[in-house]
Design a protein around this ligand. Structure first.
Ligand SMILES: Cc1cc2nc3c(=O)[nH]c(=O)nc-3n(C[C@H](O)[C@H](O)[C@H](O)COP(=O)(O)OP(=O)(O)OC[C@H]3O[C@@H](n4cnc5c(N)ncnc54)[C@H](O)[C@@H]3O)c2cc1C
Ligand code: HEM
Length: 282
């Protein structure tokens, strides 16, 4: 990237930030119009209730702000990489996102979007995409090399469904291929994917693993999200109401860096919610 290109990118950040909501909604509408298959990857619940909707575009803008020293953003790249790999996001997806993001910048900026400016943004995006997909490639490789590990989606059978309380039900998930599972650290989550007939889409959600690491199964404990003013949560209600013992769900490998450091356990305070502590991590 030339220093002129870096300056052009930095100069546009304030105006794009100011129109952040417009940019984000334009970007998502455009992407889902031209590439509707991506609706199977994104959380369409988030799209409706606007949670997280701005995360992707805002992270790109933050990167643009630090274009002189992108290393500042390395911890962020790591965290996003965990989420991305748990959703099976691959390099080809970066090309699609890049195309729609640059086109959205052009459409939002209007006549202010010169060819030089859009070229500079394309170089900047490609640089970030290559940094991120490079890190994600390493994470996929690590999963593939672990005992019981895998990358992408793997079918699991619900062997046991245990009602813990009026709101929470636990699901014991064993690999449908009869193999072993990758170990996990306390605090890590899996992504679970189900087909939703009402949307005619696959939809992923994240659930913390609520059992001790073992080579046979994962347990997740899911709160039924009942909407009093809004529609009920889609996946949690499908899990509670339609997924039974013997059903198949798809999981990605354990992810997440928000983990319990067991060496400093003595200083931690645990606050119990709806699950009985004796049942947690047995
Ligand atoms: C790292 C991580 C770990 C997690 N671990 C757990 C866990 O261990 N257990 C657990 O139960 N959950 C966990 N979650 C949350 C989980 O991933 C899901 O978000 C949750 O189950 C709700 O998904 P859903 O499909 O049922 O709801 P969605 O359909 O995604 O809806 C989300 C919420 O929005 C409301 N809503 C729906 N439509 C609208 C609207 N139009 N306007 C406003 N609100 C609306 C719904 O009622 C619901 O409460 C975790 C999330 C993350 C990111
Ligand atoms: C340079 C490009 C990208 C940046 C900066 C970026 C940034 C982010 C950020 C900050 C999050 C939130 C992370 C979290 O919650 O922990 C996120 C989540 C996510 N990203 Fe990306 N991302 C990029 C590319 C992509 C691509 C190529 C795809 C796939 C098409 C993608 C799909 C998702 C999905 C599905 C989520 C989860 C949130 C949701 O479902 O709405 N991202 N990304």
């Amino acid at each position: 990237m030339t220093s002129e290109q870096k300056q052009l990118v930095k100069d546009t950040v304030p105006v794009l930030k100011e129109h952040g909501v417009l940019l984000t909604s334009h970007f998502y509408a455009r992407m889902f119009q031209y590439n509707p298959e991506l609706k199977n990857i994104f959380n369409m619940g988030n799209q409706q209730n606007s949670k997280q909707q701005t995360a992707l575009a805002m992270a790109v803008l933050m990167y643009a702000e630090h274009i002189e020293d992108p290393s500042v953003l390395l911890p962020m790249v790591d965290g996003i990489g965990q989420k991305h790999t748990s959703l099976d996001i691959r390099p080809e997806h970066y090309d699609i996102v890049g195309r729609h993001l640059i086109a959205s910048i052009k459409e939002v900026l209007g006549i202010a979007a010169s060819v030089e400016l859009l070229d500079a943004w394309t170089v900047a995006y490609n640089q970030l995409a290559s940094l991120m997909s490079g890190r994600e490639k390493e994470l996929y490789k690590k999963h593939n090399e672990q005992k019981g590990g895998w990358s992408g989606w793997r079918p699991f059978v619900v062997k046991q469904k245990v009602v813990e309380s009026t709101e929470i039900t636990s699901f014991y998930l064993y690999p449908a291929d009869g193999g072993s599972v990758e170990s996990h650290l306390p605090g890590q989550y899996i992504s679970l994917r189900l087909f939703l007939p009402e949307l005619q889409l696959l939809q992923p959600r994240q659930y913390s693993i609520s059992c001790k690491s073992n080579s046979e199964y994962y347990r997740i404990s899911v709160k039924k999200e009942v909407g009093s003013k809004h529609p009920d949560g889609m996946i949690s209600n499908r899990l509670h109401n339609h997924i039974t013992e013997g059903s198949i769900v798809e999981l990605s490998a354990p992810a997440g860096t928000f983990i319990l450091n067991e060496s400093t356990l003595a200083h931690k305070v645990f606050i119990r919610g709806v699950l009985d502590r004796r049942r947690f991590c047995r």
